[in-house]
Design a protein around this ligand. Structure first.
Ligand code: NAD
Length: 299
Protein backbone atom coordinates (compact mmCIF):
# COMPACT_ATOMS: atom_id res chain seq x y z
CA UNK A 1 0.00 0.00 0.00
CA UNK A 2 1.35 3.42 -0.85
CA UNK A 3 1.38 5.80 2.12
CA UNK A 4 -2.14 6.89 1.41
CA UNK A 5 -4.41 4.24 -0.08
CA UNK A 6 -6.04 5.47 -3.24
CA UNK A 7 -8.42 2.59 -3.64
CA UNK A 8 -10.53 1.44 -0.75
CA UNK A 9 -13.16 -1.29 -0.66
CA UNK A 10 -15.74 -1.37 2.13
CA UNK A 11 -17.46 -4.71 2.66
CA UNK A 12 -21.01 -4.45 4.08
CA UNK A 13 -23.28 -1.47 3.43
CA UNK A 14 -25.33 -1.45 6.63
CA UNK A 15 -25.33 1.05 9.51
CA UNK A 16 -21.53 1.29 9.61
CA UNK A 17 -20.49 0.50 6.04
CA UNK A 18 -22.30 3.48 4.56
CA UNK A 19 -20.68 5.85 7.07
CA UNK A 20 -17.21 4.40 6.48
CA UNK A 21 -17.60 4.69 2.69
CA UNK A 22 -18.84 8.27 3.20
CA UNK A 23 -15.77 9.44 5.18
CA UNK A 24 -13.30 7.80 2.77
CA UNK A 25 -15.03 9.29 -0.30
CA UNK A 26 -15.27 12.72 1.35
CA UNK A 27 -11.54 12.70 2.10
CA UNK A 28 -10.51 11.94 -1.47
CA UNK A 29 -10.31 8.14 -1.72
CA UNK A 30 -11.91 6.07 -4.46
CA UNK A 31 -14.30 3.75 -2.69
CA UNK A 32 -16.22 0.68 -3.75
CA UNK A 33 -18.95 -0.28 -1.31
CA UNK A 34 -19.86 -3.98 -1.47
CA UNK A 35 -22.88 -5.83 -0.12
CA UNK A 36 -24.54 -9.14 -0.94
CA UNK A 37 -27.85 -7.31 -0.76
CA UNK A 38 -28.43 -4.77 -3.56
CA UNK A 39 -31.25 -3.09 -1.59
CA UNK A 40 -28.71 -2.36 1.19
CA UNK A 41 -26.45 -0.72 -1.40
CA UNK A 42 -29.30 1.46 -2.66
CA UNK A 43 -30.19 2.49 0.90
CA UNK A 44 -26.54 3.23 1.66
CA UNK A 45 -26.14 5.41 -1.44
CA UNK A 46 -29.17 7.51 -0.58
CA UNK A 47 -28.04 7.82 3.08
CA UNK A 48 -24.59 9.02 1.98
CA UNK A 49 -26.13 11.50 -0.44
CA UNK A 50 -28.48 12.83 2.26
CA UNK A 51 -25.67 13.13 4.83
CA UNK A 52 -23.40 14.95 2.36
CA UNK A 53 -26.27 17.29 1.47
CA UNK A 54 -26.69 18.05 5.18
CA UNK A 55 -23.01 19.09 5.30
CA UNK A 56 -23.57 21.36 2.29
CA UNK A 57 -26.57 22.98 4.02
CA UNK A 58 -24.44 23.57 7.12
CA UNK A 59 -21.73 25.05 4.85
CA UNK A 60 -19.19 22.50 6.08
CA UNK A 61 -18.51 21.39 2.48
CA UNK A 62 -19.40 22.89 -0.90
CA UNK A 63 -21.89 21.46 -3.38
CA UNK A 64 -18.88 20.64 -5.58
CA UNK A 65 -17.24 18.69 -2.69
CA UNK A 66 -20.42 16.68 -2.39
CA UNK A 67 -20.54 15.89 -6.11
CA UNK A 68 -16.83 14.96 -6.13
CA UNK A 69 -17.30 12.64 -3.15
CA UNK A 70 -20.27 10.94 -4.81
CA UNK A 71 -18.28 10.59 -8.06
CA UNK A 72 -15.57 8.70 -6.11
CA UNK A 73 -18.11 6.20 -4.75
CA UNK A 74 -19.05 2.98 -6.56
CA UNK A 75 -21.17 0.06 -5.39
CA UNK A 76 -20.99 -3.63 -6.19
CA UNK A 77 -22.50 -6.95 -5.17
CA UNK A 78 -19.38 -8.78 -6.34
CA UNK A 79 -16.62 -8.73 -3.72
CA UNK A 80 -13.77 -10.40 -5.64
CA UNK A 81 -13.79 -7.88 -8.49
CA UNK A 82 -14.24 -4.94 -6.13
CA UNK A 83 -11.12 -5.74 -4.07
CA UNK A 84 -8.84 -6.87 -6.92
CA UNK A 85 -7.06 -3.48 -7.09
CA UNK A 86 -7.74 -2.24 -3.54
CA UNK A 87 -4.96 -0.81 -1.36
CA UNK A 88 -7.13 -1.13 1.72
CA UNK A 89 -10.23 -3.18 2.52
CA UNK A 90 -12.42 -2.29 5.50
CA UNK A 91 -14.82 -5.08 6.36
CA UNK A 92 -18.08 -3.96 8.03
CA UNK A 93 -20.33 -6.96 7.42
CA UNK A 94 -22.66 -8.58 9.95
CA UNK A 95 -21.05 -9.32 13.34
CA UNK A 96 -20.66 -13.13 13.01
CA UNK A 97 -17.37 -14.97 13.38
CA UNK A 98 -18.10 -17.61 10.72
CA UNK A 99 -19.03 -14.92 8.20
CA UNK A 100 -15.95 -12.79 8.93
CA UNK A 101 -13.63 -15.82 8.62
CA UNK A 102 -15.17 -16.68 5.26
CA UNK A 103 -14.94 -13.08 4.02
CA UNK A 104 -11.28 -12.72 5.11
CA UNK A 105 -10.30 -15.97 3.42
CA UNK A 106 -11.86 -14.66 0.20
CA UNK A 107 -10.32 -11.19 0.63
CA UNK A 108 -6.88 -12.71 1.12
CA UNK A 109 -7.24 -14.63 -2.14
CA UNK A 110 -8.62 -11.69 -4.15
CA UNK A 111 -6.90 -8.53 -2.84
CA UNK A 112 -3.40 -7.48 -3.99
CA UNK A 113 -0.58 -8.74 -1.76
CA UNK A 114 0.22 -5.22 -0.51
CA UNK A 115 -3.35 -4.53 0.64
CA UNK A 116 -4.16 -4.04 4.30
CA UNK A 117 -7.26 -5.96 5.41
CA UNK A 118 -9.01 -4.10 8.22
CA UNK A 119 -12.13 -5.10 10.12
CA UNK A 120 -14.64 -2.84 11.82
CA UNK A 121 -15.68 -5.67 14.16
CA UNK A 122 -17.00 -4.49 17.53
CA UNK A 123 -15.69 -7.41 19.51
CA UNK A 124 -14.45 -10.42 17.53
CA UNK A 125 -10.78 -11.33 17.95
CA UNK A 126 -8.57 -9.68 15.30
CA UNK A 127 -6.07 -12.51 15.80
CA UNK A 128 -8.77 -15.10 14.96
CA UNK A 129 -9.85 -13.17 11.86
CA UNK A 130 -6.21 -12.71 10.77
CA UNK A 131 -5.62 -16.47 11.04
CA UNK A 132 -8.04 -16.97 8.12
CA UNK A 133 -5.47 -15.21 5.90
CA UNK A 134 -1.88 -15.73 4.77
CA UNK A 135 -1.04 -12.13 5.78
CA UNK A 136 -1.84 -11.81 9.50
CA UNK A 137 0.73 -8.98 9.76
CA UNK A 138 -1.49 -6.91 7.43
CA UNK A 139 -4.75 -7.55 9.28
CA UNK A 140 -5.91 -4.98 11.84
CA UNK A 141 -9.00 -3.69 13.63
CA UNK A 142 -10.23 -0.30 12.49
CA UNK A 143 -13.20 0.23 14.77
CA UNK A 144 -15.20 3.30 13.77
CA UNK A 145 -18.00 4.60 15.98
CA UNK A 146 -21.63 5.19 15.02
CA UNK A 147 -22.50 7.59 13.33
CA UNK A 148 -19.19 7.40 11.48
CA UNK A 149 -19.23 10.83 9.78
CA UNK A 150 -19.68 12.51 13.18
CA UNK A 151 -17.80 10.43 15.77
CA UNK A 152 -14.08 11.21 16.11
CA UNK A 153 -12.75 7.95 17.55
CA UNK A 154 -11.18 5.08 15.62
CA UNK A 155 -10.15 2.28 17.96
CA UNK A 156 -7.11 0.75 16.21
CA UNK A 157 -6.74 -2.85 17.35
CA UNK A 158 -3.51 -4.76 16.88
CA UNK A 159 -3.88 -8.51 16.49
CA UNK A 160 -1.14 -10.81 17.76
CA UNK A 161 0.74 -10.65 14.45
CA UNK A 162 -0.20 -7.15 13.24
CA UNK A 163 3.02 -5.41 12.17
CA UNK A 164 4.20 -1.98 13.27
CA UNK A 165 4.13 -0.88 9.62
CA UNK A 166 0.44 -1.83 9.25
CA UNK A 167 -0.45 -0.09 12.51
CA UNK A 168 1.43 3.07 11.54
CA UNK A 169 -0.31 3.22 8.15
CA UNK A 170 -3.75 2.82 9.71
CA UNK A 171 -3.01 5.42 12.41
CA UNK A 172 -1.82 7.91 9.75
CA UNK A 173 -4.79 7.16 7.54
CA UNK A 174 -7.26 7.64 10.42
CA UNK A 175 -5.78 11.09 11.02
CA UNK A 176 -6.15 11.90 7.30
CA UNK A 177 -9.85 11.04 7.71
CA UNK A 178 -9.88 13.68 10.51
CA UNK A 179 -10.44 11.01 13.13
CA UNK A 180 -8.56 10.38 16.35
CA UNK A 181 -7.00 6.91 16.39
CA UNK A 182 -6.41 5.21 19.74
CA UNK A 183 -4.30 2.03 19.77
CA UNK A 184 -5.53 -0.88 21.90
CA UNK A 185 -4.75 -4.59 22.17
CA UNK A 186 -6.80 -7.56 21.06
CA UNK A 187 -8.98 -8.77 23.96
CA UNK A 188 -12.75 -9.41 23.85
CA UNK A 189 -14.66 -6.17 23.24
CA UNK A 190 -11.34 -4.25 23.08
CA UNK A 191 -11.87 -1.12 25.24
CA UNK A 192 -15.00 0.57 23.89
CA UNK A 193 -17.40 -2.36 24.03
CA UNK A 194 -15.88 -4.06 27.05
CA UNK A 195 -17.04 -1.01 29.01
CA UNK A 196 -20.09 0.11 27.01
CA UNK A 197 -21.92 -3.22 26.54
CA UNK A 198 -22.10 -4.23 30.23
CA UNK A 199 -23.60 -0.77 30.87
CA UNK A 200 -26.21 -1.22 28.13
CA UNK A 201 -26.95 -4.76 29.35
CA UNK A 202 -27.40 -3.47 32.92
CA UNK A 203 -29.81 -0.79 31.65
CA UNK A 204 -31.85 -3.53 29.88
CA UNK A 205 -31.81 -5.69 33.05
CA UNK A 206 -33.00 -2.68 35.09
CA UNK A 207 -35.91 -2.26 32.68
CA UNK A 208 -36.60 -6.02 32.72
CA UNK A 209 -36.68 -6.09 36.54
CA UNK A 210 -39.00 -3.08 36.69
CA UNK A 211 -36.52 -0.75 38.40
CA UNK A 212 -37.65 2.05 36.06
CA UNK A 213 -39.14 2.68 32.62
CA UNK A 214 -37.29 3.25 29.34
CA UNK A 215 -37.47 7.06 29.43
CA UNK A 216 -36.56 7.18 33.13
CA UNK A 217 -33.47 4.96 32.76
CA UNK A 218 -32.23 7.04 29.84
CA UNK A 219 -32.98 10.31 31.66
CA UNK A 220 -31.00 9.23 34.74
CA UNK A 221 -27.94 8.42 32.64
CA UNK A 222 -28.20 11.58 30.54
CA UNK A 223 -28.74 14.03 33.37
CA UNK A 224 -26.82 12.17 36.05
CA UNK A 225 -23.76 11.08 34.07
CA UNK A 226 -23.76 13.73 31.34
CA UNK A 227 -24.14 11.09 28.65
CA UNK A 228 -25.39 12.66 25.40
CA UNK A 229 -27.78 9.75 24.86
CA UNK A 230 -29.30 7.24 27.28
CA UNK A 231 -28.10 3.60 27.10
CA UNK A 232 -31.41 2.22 25.79
CA UNK A 233 -31.58 4.85 23.06
CA UNK A 234 -27.96 4.12 22.20
CA UNK A 235 -28.71 0.37 22.05
CA UNK A 236 -31.43 1.11 19.49
CA UNK A 237 -28.90 3.07 17.42
CA UNK A 238 -26.23 0.38 17.58
CA UNK A 239 -28.74 -2.37 16.76
CA UNK A 240 -29.97 -4.81 19.39
CA UNK A 241 -28.69 -7.74 17.34
CA UNK A 242 -25.22 -6.18 17.30
CA UNK A 243 -25.39 -5.60 21.11
CA UNK A 244 -26.39 -9.24 21.64
CA UNK A 245 -23.55 -10.53 19.44
CA UNK A 246 -21.00 -8.43 21.32
CA UNK A 247 -22.24 -9.58 24.73
CA UNK A 248 -21.95 -13.20 23.57
CA UNK A 249 -18.34 -12.57 22.53
CA UNK A 250 -17.60 -11.06 25.98
CA UNK A 251 -19.36 -13.96 27.71
CA UNK A 252 -17.47 -16.59 25.69
CA UNK A 253 -14.16 -14.72 25.83
CA UNK A 254 -14.06 -14.09 29.58
CA UNK A 255 -16.26 -16.99 30.74
CA UNK A 256 -17.86 -14.81 33.41
CA UNK A 257 -21.60 -14.69 34.16
CA UNK A 258 -21.52 -10.89 34.47
CA UNK A 259 -21.51 -10.66 30.67
CA UNK A 260 -24.61 -12.89 30.18
CA UNK A 261 -27.07 -11.03 27.93
CA UNK A 262 -30.32 -9.97 29.62
CA UNK A 263 -33.18 -12.34 28.61
CA UNK A 264 -35.21 -9.31 27.49
CA UNK A 265 -32.49 -8.41 24.95
CA UNK A 266 -32.49 -12.00 23.66
CA UNK A 267 -36.30 -11.94 23.33
CA UNK A 268 -36.35 -8.62 21.50
CA UNK A 269 -33.76 -9.79 18.96
CA UNK A 270 -35.67 -13.05 18.46
CA UNK A 271 -38.83 -10.98 17.83
CA UNK A 272 -37.00 -8.87 15.23
CA UNK A 273 -37.12 -5.69 17.36
CA UNK A 274 -33.64 -4.50 16.46
CA UNK A 275 -33.91 -0.74 17.10
CA UNK A 276 -33.49 1.95 14.43
CA UNK A 277 -32.76 -0.51 11.61
CA UNK A 278 -36.08 -2.40 12.10
CA UNK A 279 -38.11 0.67 13.14
CA UNK A 280 -38.66 -0.49 16.72
CA UNK A 281 -36.61 -1.33 19.79
CA UNK A 282 -36.92 0.42 23.14
CA UNK A 283 -38.30 3.34 21.13
CA UNK A 284 -40.17 3.54 17.84
CA UNK A 285 -38.21 4.99 14.94
CA UNK A 286 -40.35 6.26 12.11
CA UNK A 287 -38.54 7.38 8.97
CA UNK A 288 -38.27 11.15 8.83
CA UNK A 289 -39.57 11.67 12.40
CA UNK A 290 -37.27 13.08 15.06
CA UNK A 291 -39.77 12.58 17.89
CA UNK A 292 -38.58 9.99 20.40
CA UNK A 293 -41.45 7.74 21.51
CA UNK A 294 -41.13 4.82 23.89
CA UNK A 295 -42.11 1.62 22.11
CA UNK A 296 -45.72 0.48 22.89
CA UNK A 297 -44.25 -2.68 24.47
CA UNK A 298 -42.78 -0.53 27.28
CA UNK A 299 -45.20 2.43 27.40
P1 NAD B 1 -25.73 -4.10 9.72
O1 NAD B 1 -26.51 -5.29 10.09
O2 NAD B 1 -26.38 -2.75 9.72
O3 NAD B 1 -25.08 -4.29 8.25
C1 NAD B 1 -24.34 -5.42 7.89
C2 NAD B 1 -24.35 -5.51 6.37
O4 NAD B 1 -23.45 -6.57 5.98
C3 NAD B 1 -25.72 -5.85 5.78
O5 NAD B 1 -26.11 -4.88 4.82
C4 NAD B 1 -25.49 -7.23 5.12
O6 NAD B 1 -26.25 -7.41 3.94
C5 NAD B 1 -24.01 -7.16 4.83
N1 NAD B 1 -23.39 -8.47 4.60
C6 NAD B 1 -23.62 -9.65 5.22
N2 NAD B 1 -22.85 -10.62 4.68
C7 NAD B 1 -22.07 -10.03 3.73
C8 NAD B 1 -21.08 -10.50 2.82
N3 NAD B 1 -20.71 -11.78 2.79
N4 NAD B 1 -20.53 -9.62 1.97
C9 NAD B 1 -20.91 -8.31 1.96
N5 NAD B 1 -21.85 -7.81 2.80
C10 NAD B 1 -22.42 -8.66 3.66
O7 NAD B 1 -24.44 -4.12 10.67
P2 NAD B 1 -23.60 -2.86 11.21
O8 NAD B 1 -24.24 -2.35 12.44
O9 NAD B 1 -23.28 -1.95 10.09
O10 NAD B 1 -22.27 -3.63 11.69
C11 NAD B 1 -21.25 -3.96 10.77
C12 NAD B 1 -19.98 -4.24 11.55
O11 NAD B 1 -19.62 -3.04 12.26
C13 NAD B 1 -20.13 -5.33 12.61
O12 NAD B 1 -18.93 -6.04 12.70
C14 NAD B 1 -20.40 -4.53 13.89
O13 NAD B 1 -20.01 -5.21 15.04
C15 NAD B 1 -19.52 -3.31 13.64
N6 NAD B 1 -19.88 -2.10 14.37
C16 NAD B 1 -21.18 -1.73 14.53
C17 NAD B 1 -21.49 -0.54 15.20
C18 NAD B 1 -22.91 -0.07 15.34
O14 NAD B 1 -23.15 0.91 16.08
N7 NAD B 1 -23.87 -0.68 14.67
C19 NAD B 1 -20.48 0.26 15.72
C20 NAD B 1 -19.14 -0.12 15.52
C21 NAD B 1 -18.86 -1.32 14.85
Amino acid sequence: MSDSPQKVAVIGAGTMGNGIAHVFAQSGHNVTLVDVNSAALERAKSTIERNLERLVTKERITAQDKESALARLKTSTEMRGAVSDADLVVEAATERLDLKLQIFEQLDAAAPSHAILATNTSSISITKIAAATQRPDQVIGMHFMNPVPIMKLVEVIRGYDTSDATTEKVVTLSKQLRKTPVEVNDYPGFVANRILMPMINEAICSLHEGVAGVAEIDEVMKLGMAHPMGPLHLADFIGLDVCLSILKVLQDGFGQPKYAPCPLLVNMVTAGKLGVKSGEGFYTHEKGSKELRVSPAFA
